[in-house]
Design a protein around this ligand. Structure first.
Ligand code: HEM
Length: 409
């Protein structure tokens, strides 16, 4: 018989000694919290152990997951794609639509043929070519609020910036930015109903974009996919749709959250802000350190067969969570992991994951953060949290910030 712990089900094969009252969704710092530090709040797991434990109520819909906390154990899961699948049928569960998000929900060896196709689209060289457009968008946004002496970072900068760069990548006109922003807001921060509606709208938009480019090809991303081949055949419309929708899911909220956490850090650590103002060359390592310390993603895998790992019995169907924000505070991997050192070297963090599903957009994301911080620091004088305001942070599948009011003289 399965047992109950903290009002949730613990399967029979899980030893009670490995059960922890832990959640990314519930409890202090994980629920919306004024001036929270959700990533730092989780680093206690390295002090208290066990390194692998079972959290009975650890998804948005209350399912249990194993939690692998060390970087070494996470690498073992993420590299073992024969046992730990990333195919979770997210769209089928949400919309009843059989739409695999490609390449995330495709396991190797099939995964590689899609990655080989997509890697050049977001290569460092491609990102170099996008930089001027991204910078222009950052400058325009910052100049629009600079004179006010205040801004709300998420709405005024982080989201419109991430959405603008994404439209640039897609080859869609900036005229549609506000429409996209609305969908992104609902999709990532709305009620369940709003989220589902926004997902449907994005799918419909991508379908119409594919139909349009089929009729009138240009030199954009969708036209590239329509002309591309895998294993000597063209991609199907469903495959193209799965790729385009995944990029929307993967490339907006993540970038906006990172911009938010970085500016939150700099607003509350004036000494780091000043160091970056004094030495622009520090921005690059600082962005890496802030990716490490304020990582936002927890990856989920499903065991496809029974498996024993370090003496722990994992059963087919079990969910395994690999939180980047916890691996990135692993003392075996980083000296003084809870100290944020913007000049940290040898910073081999896992904010963009390990293994075959390593983030396809990491070069673009890094560049967006560097360009965004460079322009913000160059144009906005010393900033701090707006007096009387308190940014609300939250946990979940992607950690983030709801609002961040800044002010400057
Ligand atoms: C700060 C920003 C970002 C962070 C922290 C981030 C992080 C990650 C992580 C941790 C994964 C692995 C997910 C898993 O294995 O379950 C991932 C995968 C992915 N990311 Fe990102 N990402 C960011 C931005 C982007 C951007 C800008 C794009 C594209 C425009 C993008 C596209 C993707 C894609 C397509 C995958 C799936 C790769 C595969 O399955 O082979 N990401 N990302």
């Amino acid at each position: 018989m399965a047992t109950r712990a903290a009002d949730t089900i613990v399967p029979d094969h899980v030893s009670p000694a490995l059960v922890r009252d832990f959640s990314y969704f519930r409890g202090p710092e994980m629920e919306p919290t004024p001036c929270g530090r959700p990533q730092a709040a989780l680093s206690f797991v390295h002090r208290e152990g066990p390194a692998i434990f079972y959290a009975p109520n650890n998804t948005y819909d209350g399912r249990g997951t194993w939690v692998f906390t060390t970087a070494e154990d996470q690498r073992a899961v993420l590299n073992n794609t024969e046992v730990f699948s990333s195919n979770r049928g997210i769209f089928k569960a949400a919309l009843g639509e059989d739409l695999p998000m490609i390449p995330l929900e495709v396991d190797p060896p099939n995964h590689m043929k899609f990655r080989a196709l997509l890697n050049p689209l977001l290569s460092p060289k491609r990102v170099d070519a996008m930089e001027a457009g991204a910078r222009e968008r950052a400058v325009r946004l910052i100049e629009s609020f600079k004179a006010k002496g205040t801004c709300e970072v998420m709405n005024d900068f982080a989201f419109p910036f991430a959405v603008g760069v994404f439209l640039q990548f897609l080859g869609v006109s900036d005229d549609r930015r506000d429409e996209f922003l609305g969908w992104a807001n609902e999709q990532f921060h709305g009620t369940l109903e709003q989220r589902l509606n926004a997902m449907r709208t994005v799918v419909d938009f991508m379908k119409s974009l594919i139909a349009l480019r089929r009729r009138e090809p240009t030199d954009d991303f969708v036209s590239f996919l329509l002309a591309a081949e895998v294993e000597g055949r063209p991609l199907t419309d469903k495959e193209i749709l799965g790729i385009a929708v995944l990029l929307f899911e993967a490339g907006l909220d993540t970038v906006a959250a990172a911009v938010g956490f970085d500016l939150y850090h700099l607003a509350t650590h004036p000494e780091d802000q000043q160091r970056l103002r004094d030495d622009k060359a520090l921005i690059k390592p600082a962005v890496e350190e802030l990716f490490r310390a304020y990582s936002t993603i927890q990856m989920l895998r499903t065991a496809v067969r029974d498996f024993e790992y370090k003496g722990i019995a994992i059963k087919a169907g079990d969910l395994i969570s690999c939180p980047t924000m916890i691996a990135n505070r692993d003392p075996a991997e980083f000296p003084n992991p809870d100290t944020i050192d913007i000049a940290r070297d040898n910073n081999r963090h896992t904010a963009f994951a390990y293994g075959p599903h390593r983030c396809l957009g990491s070069h673009l994301a890094r560049r967006e953060l560097i360009v965004g911080l460079e322009e913000f620091l160059a144009r906005i004088p010393t900033f701090r949290l707006k007096p009387g305001s308190a940014p609300i942070t939250y946990g979940g599948h992607v950690f983030g910030i709801e609002n961040l009011d800044l002010s400057w003289a």
